[in-house]
Design a protein around this ligand. Structure first.
Ligand SMILES: *Cc1c(COP(=O)(O)O)cnc(C)c1O
Length: 373
């Protein structure tokens, strides 16, 4: 059994992918080739925004906007305490201070009430200037943007959506990557829409910021290629990756539907034994991960060990909350993050992908039933 099943997916698309890769090899048009610009058009239209800028990774898709908005020294950027390291790493990379916000236990996403508390606290302390919020759509479910957008407006903060795990998700038919002033996704192979290497994309309706991001993507290039007008990065997308993504985009909606069907099937059968994921009204998740909660840490350790013995691949996202990761520990020694701490002790994820066979789903469910009987 496979956690992500990239091999089975490749079997479905291999004919076209191989043909397209060979064509690019023939053309020797390897970086920012025509497929990259075609992909940007398709992605922008899929998401429903005017601008899409592809780049070299999901991490860069977060970093480039921070650079474009000139966020840095002395600035506070508010983000969840429970996500993948890259979410906060980029804040530190530009020299700003990440301020961690505790989560909602139902959605695992940052809690708007706590967000406002942290903003007020930083304003009262007066040492840092609140500049931006990075909200994460963890495991594929959108954060509570109805509330987060209001808070961003009230305190005049830039809202960045970290949609690395949620491409394809939606709220009342509005698509992920359209909720921030600027939004970022990742095409790392295991993400809902993955390529065959590293890749990412930035989305916005702001043409000016989009132009800045395009310049930063290529070393801060201006009109003259060799007269750089700002400091940037090398963060271009390979043409081959773009061709792969164009092929995967064709089957993507079908895959999201199947992921949702599998998630419902899991939940229906597992809610007797475990706390199953809660999806808020109006939300459709892209199910980057299907994550469950046990009642205790000991129960999780025993269950995970049992399932691994049954050859079921299990992952734990995330064992460490940001405030307890070595590089951030000291700064957060006196902060309390009860909810994220609690969730990180109880959570684990089951195999989730559109190629998980019915008998595999049943085997996983039966194994969990056996553990509890
Ligand atoms: C994967 C991920 C990233 C980083 O994406 P890469 O393409 O691996 O650089 C950022 N944020 C979150 C929430 C992620 O899951």
């Amino acid at each position: 059994m496979d956690f992500i099943n990239l091999k089975k997916q490749y079997q479905v698309i291999s004919e076209n992918v191989n043909k397209d890769i060979l064509n690019i090899l023939d053309r020797c048009d390897f970086v920012l080739g025509e497929e990259v610009f075609e992909l940007e058009k398709c992605l922008a239209s899929y998401v429903g925004v005017s601008e899409c800028i592809t780049c070299a990774s999901g991490t860069d898709a977060l970093l480039i906007p921070l650079m474009a908005y000139n966020i840095g020294k002395g600035d506070a950027v508010f983000t969840t305490n429970f996500s993948y390291f890259a979410t906060t790493e980029v804040i530190s990379l530009v020299g700003a201070h990440p301020i961690f916000v505790d989560i909602e236990e139902d959605s695992f996403n940052l809690d708007p009430t706590n967000l406002e508390k942290e903003i007020v606290k930083i304003l009262n302390e007066g040492n840092l200037l609140p500049k931006a919020i990075i909200a994460v759509d963890l495991f594929g479910q959108l954060a509570n943007y109805q509330k987060i957008q209001k808070i961003a407006k009230k305190y005049n903060l830039i809202l960045i959506e970290d949609a690395a795990q949620s491409f394809g998700a939606s709220h009342n038919n509005q698509k992920s990557c359209s909720f921030g002033d600027i939004s970022a996704t990742s095409f790392y192979p295991s993400k809902p829409l993955g390529c065959y290497g590293d890749g990412g994309a930035i989305f916005t309706n702001d043409k000016k910021i989009a132009e800045l991001c395009k310049s930063i993507r290529v070393h801060g290039q201006g009109a003259d290629k060799y007269d750089n007008i700002r400091i940037g990065l090398n963060s271009r997308l390979d043409t081959i990756q773009a061709a792969i993504l164009l092929n995967k985009l064709k089957i993507f909606d079908k895959e999201i539907k199947i992921r949702n069907k599998i998630a419902n099937y899991y939940s229906e059968h597992l809610k007797k034994y475990l706390i199953v994921p809660k999806i808020s009204n109006g939300n459709i998740s892209s199910w980057a991960q299907y994550s469950l909660l046990t009642e205790s840490n000991k129960e999780r350790e025993d269950l995970v060990k049992y399932l691994k013995e049954k050859d079921i691949p299990i992952a734990i996202f995330y064992k460490k909350i940001f405030s307890e990761i070595s590089v951030y520990k000291e700064d957060n020694a006196f902060n309390n993050y009860d909810k994220s701490k609690n969730i990180s002790n109880l959570i684990f994820s089951l195999p989730m992908n559109a190629y998980l066979e019915q008998n595999e789903q049943d085997y996983i469910i039966e194994s969990i039933e056996k553990f509890y009987k």
